[in-house]
Design a protein around this ligand. Sequence first.
Ligand SMILES: *[C@@H]1O[C@H](CO)[C@@H](O)[C@H](O)[C@H]1NC(C)=O
Ligand SMILES: *[C@@H]1O[C@H](CO)[C@@H](O)[C@H](O)[C@H]1NC(C)=O
Length: 983
Amino acid sequence: MLITTLVTVFCAVRAAHALGQESTVTFNGGKGSIKLGGRGYHGAILLDNDDWPGVIRAAGDLAADFGRVTGTNLTRHLLKGTVAEGTNSKKVIIAGTIGQSRLISTLAEDGKIDLNSTEGKWEAFQSDVVKNPIEGVSEALVISGSDKRGTIYGLYDISEQIGVSPWHWFADVPAAQHKEVFALNKQKIQDSPSIKYRGIFLNDEQPGLTNWIDANYPKAKYGPGYNADFYSHVFELLLRLRANYLWPAEWNNAFHLDDPRNSPTADEYGIVMGTSHTEPMMRWTKEQSLFLEGAWNWDTNRENITQFFKEGAERSKQYDSLYTLGMRGLGDTASPSITPQSLGEIVAAQQQILSDVFNVTDVSSIPQMWCLYKEVGGYFHDGLRVPDDVTLLWADDNWGNVQRLPLGNETDREAGAGVYYHFDYVGDPRDYKWINTISLQKTWEQMHLTYERGAKQIWIVNMGDLKGLELPLNHYFDLAYDFPRMSSPDSTLDWLKLWAAREFGVSANAVADIMNRYGMYAARRKYELLSPQTFSLINYNEADKVLKEWEQLVKDAQKVYNSLSPAARPAFFELVLHPCTAGYIVTNIHITAGKNNLYAAQRRTSANTLANKALELFKEDHQLTQRYHQLLDGKWKYIMDQTHLGYSYWQQPMRNTLPPLAYTQLLEDSLAGSMGVSVEGSNASVPGDDQWHSLSSNTLTLPPLDPYGPSSRWIEVYSRGTEDIQFTVKPHDPWVKASPSSGRISASGKNTDIRVQLSIDWNNAPVGSSISSIDVSVVSGDYGNFGMPTIQLPVNKTSAPGSFHGFVESDATVSIEAEHTSRNTSDGNVSYEVIPGYGRTLSGVTLLPSLADTQQPPSSPRLEYDMYIFSNTSVVDATVYLGPSLNTDPSRPLKYAIAFNDAEPEIVQFVPSTPLGTLPTTWGATVSNAVWTNTTSHEIVGGGNKNTLKLWAVEPGVVFQKVVVDLGGVRDSYLGPPESKIV
Ligand SMILES: *[C@@H]1O[C@H](CO)[C@@H](O)[C@H](O)[C@H]1NC(C)=O
Ligand SMILES: *[C@@H]1O[C@H](CO)[C@@H](O)[C@H](O)[C@H]1NC(C)=O
């Protein structure tokens, strides 16, 4: 994928491309190209008057898009014959649907275009450059669609190439500016999409979208104003994103009835309407209570329910619809009474209704699906099967992990299979419906599996209230439209660059890098699950590092923002700057509150400063929301109303609330004098101890230093009293350096805490292990009721032989990023591939192809990691961090194998087998942490020896992220110890 961005001083010139798709347009003319439009140029689009209204409408969009880009619209002409009447343009766009457009059929009959590659296909199109196509035209770019949406996609393909983003309205992406637009002299054949039905579920729309709707549209008949004026924007967005399918807002609305224009407008645009997994036969949840006579209970009320279903089919018969079959309880719940047997009857009754209403004996031409969501999967597990002409819509676990994919002969089913996926969810372990928390790489990995395993009929994603999820949605639809173009495991960053180039023109690499990092940071743990305890405040500098990463991200985003023209800033704010800043603030709130609690327990004066900082950040969170709401004269007011701070169980808090903060009494001295000392790796505080340190003492011990770990360890000296203090840090050994070695701490203001780094002069340190003491004293000698504190620093002067290459033990730990192998074997059919950016820290390593057989360790391909172990031990624990995926094939659960050196591999099934419709008991923790972890024990050769850890993926779908070998030194943290040094 080649992308070019040219930056000029005054404006950004964007390259012509539809995201990842073949170009047919240029802005520079050139041999054989045809000028289609330009400032003051009278370009035109010719269509057959009898083509689909949706095609004619989309052509109007393209005509206006030329105006957005060049300043001059094209004119749209609807012809009744094949003579170009009413236009002076000699060079035009001709667009039409095969079988619906006389223009296209005449061109084909005259041998001017060959439609063999396109005709009869689903949603395909081609474009050709034709000389003297029809009377009155000298040259034309001819777009021929195989069907209504094929032509529409062909038209919007030009829109996108000339610089109108699908998000021009929904994310305010300004059009690129070009003087002229030309068609390249070439043919383009665009085949059918990879996935047949590609859609979104607009869901969990309260509070954000619904509050925004209330402010912008009059109330609809049965609920908030989700009317055709609103949905037109959604339909247009879907078509520009090359999607075709929608489950509309369900909770307080009834699409078909709320606005009588809703269904006809969807049909005119070319959107296939459906109802959610829990709303059978094109009737909305709300209707179940409004219009059904009697109870929503098949056992006791089947006659009325049958009639209710029938009305749904009758009123949707004239529109493109995809029927949800089956039945659940009222309002997205499991039914207490339905059994596999009664559900079988229900589906049969529903198909009979379709047969009656459509007056056909064979209902296979009517798109139908049965969604195996939550308990419904249990009916399948218990043996219920539905007819072959009903698509099996498998579901993820609501957290982006697909639960089941087609097996064996299920891929031969006539109506195939699909997957219902989530970018937003309300439920256990916690709602996530504020802003984007999606890892694009994880989406790629799961959708790659889905595609390869043949679930290609329907991909539908729960999109929450739409705003905030623009990026993952665009990515998802591009995967669904043309998967082969994105089939490589490293496709994501390339895709992001193309996306950034399309939306902003400039700084595409920088923007792609920003959003690549954002996706990793936000997906480590969803915002709603963050707490002051998430990231370790004392070990591995974890919280500080995480915060620094966010801080840098915001800086980088702000820098791009500052460089953009005012016209591009709202879009950049919505798509990049807002999520980065919002994520930073919320993460900072939790970490600051965590530090506040820790510092208050250490009786630090600075606890109060942190409490105030948390309050300040809380205000910033509000101000950022306000900034979104004030954008573009309030266009998006209320859209970010979603609360996101103060979760205590799965459901959203009714109001944003700060984590508990603690305050220290600053007006009184500590009983242990004015100075406190704490060290890395410990909560304790000396002199005088505190609640964490059961044995009162004046000594704290640091984590060890060795030549292969961090270059220093820190201690903190701080005020715990009302007087300023002068302190000294004095190591007993000359080869231990303290920086700074003395200082002044004030009882208030900025200098209440000073961090002192302790490092080693390795040339002069003694070989082997020793413990060095460091005194921390105050000039006043006032330690209250205690003595002067001492710090113990264990020092291990270790040395791996120069011939060794690999990881070196430090701090009794070896931590490995899975992609950093010493050796990586393959067998010609199967190999390990890196998914850059996957997971929480660096990348994932997975076995491809996805259809590979079960592997046979030890002979099958493996990953090897050499490590040098100093610890005098013969047994270690190895913890493997894996992607949070589930067993999509119950007969082949996800497993890995692990061994040290030449030991027999130990096979580990890390995802417990559970019946379909249920999840493992450890699932909640796994999706919260965004990782499976599993620990095994192994024999090794310690005491200064090389060891080799070997890993095998036993099944495709296993994604390794990280391995941590614990020689007794691993400390608590969220992300695990940082990677060990590789020599
Ligand atoms: C271009 O088309 C748009 C959308 O139809 C319309 O609002 C605008 O007035 C047109 N511009 C001109 C100059 O006709
Ligand atoms: C297209 O198909 C028709 C009918 O099958 C055939 O006669 C014609 O030769 C084909 N054209 C090309 C260029 O393959």
